[in-house]
Ligand binder design. Structure first.
Ligand code: AR6
Length: 177
């Protein structure tokens, strides 16, 4: 599913964040220590190789909402942007912290002249954020940033489950149409 706004394309796909070979930067749903861990972070570190951890770990700790950038190593992507999402029910205000993840990642990408970026659904796995709420917050945060971006031309949301893609598609129709 594709939407266009302000010369930027937003794509919603079902898939694996480590398999987005046509994208310059992928976003990691990181932990504060910027270590491999499970879920998205585990998959990205496995695919990138140990050099990723050697570059990312010294940049830790990061706070919820923060984003930092590293190279992509064995990934097909040039860069990984690591964002620490809020733990639902613990890190407050969780809506603003989740929005900050997307906005800080997009800002960093723009500063680095990155034209394409792919996000997983940050905080919706181990960190417990309800998927529908996360979809609404993240798509609105992306939409707000689209007025400010100069270099980023493609923003892809990669949802792991078909059901999650359906939820994002419903929310995207409200935000982008
Ligand atoms: N590609 C795309 N999405 C994925 C993939 C993948 N390969 N694998 C899982 N998802 P999570 P969080 C989805 O738990 O909630 C880690 O242990 C998954 O279905 O990766 O931000 C870290 O070390 C879910 O919808 O991230 C942290 O400690 C979404 O990605 C902690 O989990 C996010 O799930 C971060 O928790």
């Amino acid at each position: 599913m594709i939407f266009k706004y302000n010369n930027i394309q937003i794509e919603l796909v079902q898939g694996d964040i480590t398999k987005q070979s046509d994208i310059t930067a992928i976003v990691n749903a990181a932990n504060a220590e910027l270590l491999p861990g499970g879920g998205v972070a585990g998959a990205i570190h496995r695919a990138a190789g140990q050099e990723l951890e050697m570059e990312s770990h010294p940049l830790a700790p990061v706070k919820p909402g923060e984003a930092v950038i590293t190279k992509g190593y064995n990934l097909a992507n040039e860069f990984v942007i690591h964002c620490l999402g809020p733990v639902y029910g613990l890190d407050k205000p969780e809506d603003k912290l989740l929005a900050a993840c997307y906005q800080n990642a997009l800002q960093l990408a723009d500063e680095k002249n990155i034209e394409s970026i792919a996000f997983p659904a940050i905080s919706t796995g181990a960190f417990g954020f309800p998927i529908k709420l996360a979809a609404e917050i993240s798509l609105k945060a992306i939409r707000e940033m689209m007025d400010k971006l100069k270099q980023v031309k493609t923003i892809r949301m990669v949802l792991f489950a078909d059901h999650d893609l359906d939820i994002y598609a419903q929310e995207a129709k409200k935000v982008f149409n």
